[in-house]
Ligand binder design. Structure first.
Ligand code: HEM
Length: 472
C-alpha cells in the first residue's frame, strides 16, 4: 500500500524539505486551473521540495540535474513509471492495460526493446520523406490573410504525420475516419466533463477503477479503424518496414511470438495520443515565440534558405526548454532512493520537475527569455534538458517529434510570412496533461513569400494587430 501523507504524516526523511503548505485539494485545483501559478509557486521552494496531492499523497519534486540523474539511472525494479501514472490519472483506461507507459520492470523493458527500433536510425530515415511531404501540405493549406490558431493547424499536421508515417494509412476514407475518431478522443480527454469525472474518481479514491463511458465509446471508434488496417495488413504476406505498424507487425519475442491485436491497438493508441498533442503544442509554441521575436524569425528564415540546420535545431530545443509539453514526469520508488544527503523512502512519488529544471538560472542564464542561440554551441545536457524525460522511460518518439517540428517550422518559415496576432506571447494553458498556449497561439500568415519575391515591386510589411485573447 503506497505511503499516503494525505492520511499520515510525512516520513521523517522528508520532513526537512521545503514544502508547499497549501492543502492537497488547493494544490490540485491550482494545477488543473492555473498551471502557470502552480509552477511559479513550486519554483520558490528550491531544488528539492514536497507537494501534497489528493489521493496520490506527497510528491518529492526535484529540479537539480544531479538528483534527476540518480532517478533516471535507477534500475527498472527501483523506480516505476507505470505504477506512478496509475496513481495520478485514469490514463490506463484511455490507453489500455498493455500500452507501454502502463508497464514496469522486465515486462516494460522487453516491450520497449521491441518497439524502440521502429522510432530510431534507419526507421526514422524512412519516415522522413513522408514527414516533409505532410509538412509541405500543411503550409499549402495554412489559412492566409486571416488570423488562425497555430495549435489547430499544428494538431492537424502532426496527426496526419502519425497516421501516415506510423500507421501507413493512405486510403482517404480511412484516413478521414481515423482523423475524426482521434480528434474526438483527444477532445473528450481534454474536456471539462472528463476533468470533473477524474476529480470525482480521485476524491472517491477508487483508483480509477470505474469506466468512463464516453471515453470507452471514443476509444472503440479509434480502434475499429485501426483494426481494419491491422487486419488488411495481416491478410497480405508482404511485410513492410516503411512505417511503424509494419515494423510492429513484424516484431517477434524470444519465443517467436508477435503482438496480438488488443496489444497492438493499445500501443498504436498510445502513439496517436502521445505523439499528437505533444508535438502539436511544441510547433504552436515555437511559432508563437518566433512571431513575437522578428530577429529570431529572420535568422531562422535565413538559415533555412541557406540549407543550414543548426539554428532550426536550436529553435526546437529552446522551445522544448521553455515550454515542455509535460511540466513534470513521475516515478514511484520501489526501494529507498539515495540522493546526496537525502534518502527518499520506498513507495514515494518522485517528480523530476521538467519545467523547473529548464528555468534554473545557473543552467540557463536569463531563463525566461527565448534565446535559441544558447543551444548553438553544443548538445543540450542529458539531465539538464529533459523535455522527453530520461533513462529507461525516455520518450521513444523524441527523435521523431523533433524531426517533425523542425520539418514543419522550416517549410512554414520558408513558404509563408508569419506574423503575430496578439501583442504579447501566449500564456500557459493546459489541455488534459499537456501544457498548451492558452490562446491557441494565433498567427497571421501572409501571402507566400515566393510569390512576393517574384513581384519585386510589392513590399509586405509585417504588422501586429490587436485581437482579444480567446483565453488567458
Ligand atoms: C514534443 C513531443 C513529445 C514530448 C515533449 C514527449 C514527452 C514525453 C515524456 C516526458 C515522456 C515520459 C518520459 C519519462 O518519464 O522519462 C514520454 C514517454 C513516451 N512517449 Fe513521448 N513525447 C513527445 C512525442 C512523442 C511521440 C511523437 C511519440 C510516438 C509516436 C511518443 C511516445 C512516447 C512513449 C511510447 C512513451 C513511453 C516510454 C516508456 O514508457 O518507455 N512521444 N514522452
Amino acid at each position: 500500500m503506497p505511503f499516503n501523507p494525505a492520511n499520515a504524516r510525512l516520513p521523517r526523511e522528508l520532513r526537512a524539505l521545503p514544502r508547499e503548505r497549501q492543502p492537497a485539494l488547493a494544490n490540485a485545483a491550482r494545477y488543473w486551473l492555473n498551471l502557470a501559478g502552480f509552477i511559479d509557486r513550486l519554483e520558490r521552494l528550491g531544488s528539492r521540495f514536497v507537494v501534497t496531492m489528493p489521493a496520490s499523497g506527497a510528491w518529492v519534486g526535484l529540479t537539480d540535474p544531479k538528483d534527476i540523474e540518480v532517478v533516471f539511472r535507477s534500475d527498472a525494479e527501483a523506480v516505476h513509471f507505470g505504477e506512478a501514472l496509475r496513481m495520478l490519472s485514469p490514463h490506463e483506461l484511455v490507453l489500455g492495460p498493455t500500452n507501454l507507459t502502463a508497464l514496469d520492470g522486465p515486462e516494460h523493458l522487453e516491450k520497449r526493446r521491441l518497439l524502440l527500433p521502429a522510432f530510431h536510425g534507419e526507421a526514422l530515415k524512412k519516415y522522413e520523406a513522408t514527414i516533409r511531404e505532410r509538412a509541405r501540405e500543411a503550409a499549402d493549406r495554412w489559412p492566409v490573410g486571416e488570423p488562425a490558431p497555430a495549435i489547430d493547424q499544428a494538431t492537424r499536421v502532426t496527426l496526419e504525420i502519425i497516421m501516415t508515417a506510423v500507421f501507413g494509412v493512405t486510403e482517404p476514407g480511412r484516413l478521414e475516419r481515423l482523423r475524426d475518431a482521434v480528434l474526438a478522443l483527444i477532445s473528450e480527454i481534454g474536456s471539462r466533463r472528463f476533468l470533473l469525472e477524474t476529480a470525482i474518481a480521485t476524491a472517491r479514491r477508487d483508483g480509477f477503477s470505474r469506466q468512463f463511458p464516453r471515453i470507452e465509446a471514443r476509444k472503440a471508434a479509434v480502434d475499429s479503424v485501426v483494426l481494419e488496417e491491422i487486419r488488411e495488413r495481416r491478410a497480405t504476406s508482404e511485410s513492410r518496414d516503411d512505417d511503424v505498424l509494419g515494423r510492429l507487425l513484424a516484431v517477434r519475442d524470444d519465443d517467436g511470438k508477435g503482438l496480438g491485436n488488443p496489444e497492438l491497438c493499445d500501443q498504436l493508441r498510445l502513439m496517436l495520443l502521445g505523439g499528437t498533442d505533444t508535438t502539436a503544442t511544441t510547433i504552436a509554441w515555437a511559432l508563437d515565440f518566433l512571431t513575437h521575436d522578428p530577429a529570431a524569425l529572420n535568422e531562422l528564415r535565413r538559415s533555412v534558405e541557406a540549407g543550414e540546420d543548426g539554428y532550426l535545431d536550436a529553435v526546437v530545443q529552446e522551445t522544448l526548454r521553455l515550454r515542455p509539453a509535460f511540466p513534470f514526469t513521475v516515478r514511484l520508488t520501489k526501494r529507498p532512493l539515495e540522493l546526496e544527503g537525502l534518502t527518499i523512502p520506498e513507495n514515494t512519488l518522485v517528480a523530476p520537475f521538467i519545467a523547473l529544471v529548464h528555468r534554473r538560472p545557473d543552467l540557463y542564464p536569463d531563463p525566461l527569455a527565448f534565446r535559441p542561440e544558447r543551444f548553438l554551441d553544443g548538445r543540450p545536457g542529458t539531465y539538464s534538458w529533459i523535455p522527453f524525460g530520461g533513462g529507461r522511460r525516455r520518450c521513444i518518439g523524441a527523435a521523431m517529434s523533433q524531426l517533425e517540428t523542425a520539418a514543419v517550422l522550416s517549410v512554414l518559415v520558408d513558404e509563408l510570412d508569419l506574423n503575430p496576432v496578439c501583442r504579447e506571447p501566449a500564456s500557459l494553458g493546459r489541455h488534459s496533461v499537456v501544457a498548451v498556449p492558452a490562446n491557441g497561439a494565433p498567427v497571421l500568415a501572409k501571402r507566400p513569400r515566393r510569390i512576393r519575391q517574384e513581384s519585386a515591386a510589392e513590399t509586405v510589411t509585417p504588422e501586429t494587430i490587436d485581437l482579444p485573447r480567446t483565453r488567458s
